[in-house]
Design a binder for this molecule. Sequence first.
Ligand code: SIN
Length: 297
Amino acid sequence: MQVSMEKTAGAPQAKTGAPHMKITKLSEHIGAEVTGIDLRQPVDAATRKQLYDALVENITLVVRNQDFTPEQYVAAVSLFGELMPDESEKNRLPEQPLIGLINSRAIDREGKRVMTGERWHSDHVNQPQPPKFTCLYAVKLPDKGGATNIANTRAGFATLPADLKKRIEGMKTVNVIIGSASKSVNADRRAWQAEAAPPPVIHPLVRTHPDAGTKALYFHPNKVENIVGMSPEDSQVLLEDLTERALKPEYVYSHQWRPGDMLIWDNRSAFHRASFDYDPAQHRLLYRTLVKGDTPR
Ligand code: SIN
């Protein structure tokens, strides 16, 4: 069912520099669609605020019918904040390094296909200030499949039993490039971790949203070395259990890509995961941008 925000809010949308822009909720728990705006054109402060607020409220926005060059894409996402590059230089678009590549044809040093984002996670949590928003723009799409799935982790946290919430609320994760007990088989990341061994970064397992004040689960299972006080193996078991309990189907928006879609989500209230259900002979290429965040609390 599609519910207009104007109707649910009970008030007409303010007049803005984008008079045809419409923001429509996609479900009760997550997602809104934005139409009637061309983000290559200047956007005034009121429209920008409307988009930002809709993103925080709905956790993910799909902005339809865009047609960007790399520079225009970077400018459009910059409406939501300052961008930061992908941590892996290898993943950056050479002519615009603020764009990272999600490329179904990427292979690691052992010649294996790189399955970027195959598990529910939040981005770059091994950094002291991970990105608050992640954005994707479709460049090449398979004929079918290859959705990007976004899950509401604040509803996910809220749904957990009270004693479990209490148990995990003070927990801290120790984050690295790739955790020793994680399921990831990416040989490049394993080598990077072994060679560079950057200092681990500690984050809360349950974080509080700085704008909304809501609590949400917060981790990337491949990047967690351990939860403080637990072994790497036991930590992975707990993370898997939390993911299974919290991410109910009604909290998930599965974005079936159409050409011209720009999809952005709030990592402070969301996990995401790619679907690998498409023909691997077909090319799937997305441009990813990251908006700087602050220290998770
Ligand atoms: C990711 O950012 O983890 C990948 C998402 C996708 O490929 O849909």
